[in-house]
Design a protein around this ligand. Structure first.
Ligand code: GDG
Length: 471
């Protein structure tokens, strides 16, 4: 019987307690697996003395998960190394931060091989395999070496870099060729798809015919599959009791002032320093906004083991402190900067209480915060989304105020427009944005990808199971 087998580096479905702290990707994959019968395979996050390939099967949040432990050297070379210090910065156009160390590449191949050897026995005839993100690009090739002939798909959650940037990676050709072992390769945006196609055409000298690359007797379909959120559920969450309590608390603390909100993992790709400086520009250019507005920036600590993350954290402490020192008064602090994880329902309440959602990454595959901000708004009195043109979400969310995050002036002008926007225009823009967020939600993303992966094969869903039980 065919199932869906999802593979990602970390496996963290929302816990059975319900509202957890799981991020966007985790929520999306858990939703995919609740709908389709299957297993979610990946690293447990635990370290073992010597790799054994022993799988721990568990049931979490309505999803069956299969976890393996890795060795310390794996974590250093594959996770902290090649994934977080080589591919992440390179794919976010930060070659200045990218480390090209041979041992990282070797660790990356080794872990992908280990994953393949552990996973292959779990794959049954007709199962569909859906592999996620930059940690696992060579996994299909390793599975094919072991004789796996099932349909295998890959989805990249982060941007695809331009051809010239990518060629700075010593193993660029090997990495891209390994993608041709998949049946389907999906990107977030048309922009990423074009960058990938450019590489395939000019470096590999292969042609792409109607979205299909043919090489060595295998056909790989490529496409853009923009990810969404659980829009209806998130809107419900924002109306729920816990979110309302947070909303009330935040509104009380606003004392009539307007609030701009940013919510991000603390990552250099999210443009937090540029955001603080753009907000400072607003205060400098428009002293009338002093004491009438504040910025709440929630920045959840991330990848603390990597030095570039310690550095950005220290810089942000410095910049926010300097701005607050320069502009604060006895009863007003211009930036509330919070380095703590929040519950999802709390976040929904915070979004709803914010007059402006400020989402200004320098480079981002999609950015789910932009979509969550929209879904959380009060339809009668919605806030305004200010969105970076370099977030994948900008391809779909044209009714946001689109800005260049590298330009302080442009971002600060957009903030001014957002803060002063009349209600009728806010409602009109929000209505169109919300229509898109609901239409292109996570279920639409999953179904489009799975049906591309399926080709002619049928996959069993829980609905089919229910029908069978009923008959
Ligand atoms: C990658 C790509 C792409 C944040 N703080 C808390 C918290 N979050 C949640 C947000 C949102 C998620 O984390 C962040 O998602 P993003 O899409 O903004 O960014 P990445 O983590 O970089 O994700 C990105 C995504 O994959 C999916 O394909 O969109 O481009 O980089 O859901 O709400 N959640 C909770 N507490 C927090 O403090 N509960």
């Amino acid at each position: 019987m065919s199932r869906l087998i999802v593979v990602s580096n970390r496996v963290n479905p929302p816990s059975d307690a319900g509202v957890g702290t799981a991020g966007g990707l985790a929520m999306a994959l858990a939703a995919a697996l609740r709908e389709y019968s299957g297993v979610w395979f990946g690293w447990s996050g635990e370290i073992t003395d010597a790799f054994t390939g022993q799988i721990s099967m568990q049931r979490v949040g309505g999803v069956t998960v299969a976890l393996v432990d890795l060795e310390e050297q794996d974590r250093e070379e594959y996770y902290d190394g090649y994934a977080n210090r080589t591919l992440w910065p390179l794919f976010h156009s930060r070659t200045d931060l990218a480390a090209y160390e041979r041992s990282f590449g070797e660790g990356y191949q080794r872990v992908n091989r280990r994953f393949a050897e552990t996973l292959a026995p779990l794959i049954g005839p007709g199962d569909l395999v859906w592999i996620h993100d930059y940690h696992l690009i060579p996994l299909a090739e390793e599975l094919r070496r072991l004789g796996v002939t099932n349909r295998i798909g890959f989805f990249l959650h982060i941007p695809w870099p331009g051809r010239r940037l990518l060629t700075t990676l010593p193993q660029h050709r090997q990495l891209v060729e390994s993608l041709l072992a998949y049946d389907v390769v999906g990107f977030q945006t048309r922009d990423a798809l074009e960058a990938f196609s450019d590489y395939v055409g000019r470096e590999l000298e292969l042609t792409i015919d109607d979205g299909v690359i043919e090489a060595d007797g295998r056909r790989t379909r490529i496409g853009a599959f923009p990810i969404g959120i659980e829009a209806a559920a998130f809107a419900d969450l924002a109306r729920g009791e816990a979110a309302q309590a947070t909303f009330a608390r935040v509104r009380l603390s606003q004392t009539g002032r307007k609030m701009i909100v940013g919510v991000d993992r603390l990552d250099y790709s999210k443009g937090l320093e540029e955001r603080f400086l753009a907000y400072e520009q607003l205060l400098a250019d428009h002293p009338d906004w002093a004491e009438r507005v504040f910025l709440l920036q929630i920045a959840t600590p991330s990848r603390d083991a990597v030095q570039a993350y310690q550095e950005i954290r220290a810089r942000l402490d410095g910049v926010s402190g300097r701005i607050n020192g320069a502009y604060a008064t006895v009863d007003w602090v211009p930036i509330r900067y919070v380095n703590r994880t929040h519950r999802r329902d709390e976040l929904a309440g915070v979004y709803r209480a914010a007059h402006v959602g400020l989402v200004t990454p320098l480079r981002d595959g999609m950015n789910l915060v932009a979509k969550e901000y929209v879904a959380a708004q009060d339809p009668d009195d919605p806030g305004v989304l200010v969105l970076s043109r370099y977030a994948g979400a900008a391809e779909q969310m044209e009714d946001a105020l689109i800005v260049n995050p590298f330009s302080r002036e442009e971002t600060s002008e957009a903030l001014e427009v957002a803060l002063a926007m009349p209600r009728a225009e806010r409602v009109a823009r929000w209505t169109r944005l919300m229509d898109g967020v609901v239409r292109d939600d996570v279920a639409a993303w999953r179904d489009r990808f799975v049906s591309a992966l399926q080709g002619d094969a049928a996959v069993v869903t829980h609905r089919d199971d229910d029908n069978r039980k009923a008959s």
